[in-house]
Design a protein. Structure first.
Length: 103
């Protein structure tokens, strides 16, 4: 499945929709999108992950990048992650830095 990332900003809430695989080959595109959200002054980042099929260690580092880029005061929620993706986030302990939310 091809990777796709889309950004929508509404009332300072940035929503990034992901599909495909977030790994080393797609991390740069995700980073660029996070940078756009941060540059727009978003106060909340919602990552829609219902169609994200795979999260590699590089993808996990991308989520850490998002946390750092957005700043600690910005809420980050990952919505609708599949069980394998959510498990990767939980095993890394990153669920303490973001909110994992069911769709």
């Amino acid at each position: 499945m091809a990777f796709d990332v889309r950004l929508r900003i509404n009332d300072k809430v940035a929503t990034i929709e992901l599909s495909g695989e977030l790994d080393a080959s797609t991390a740069g595109e995700f980073h660029d999108t996070v940078g756009q959200a941060a540059g727009a002054g978003a106060i909340e980042l919602v990552i829609r992950a219902e169609r994200l099929g795979y999260l590699s260690s590089a993808g996990l580092r991308s989520l850490v990048f998002a946390r750092q880029k957005m700043g600690d005061e910005v809420r980050i929620a990952i919505v609708g992650a599949s069980e394998p993706v959510a498990r990767t986030i939980r095993l890394a302990g990153f669920d303490h830095s973001i909110d994992l939310v069911d769709a």
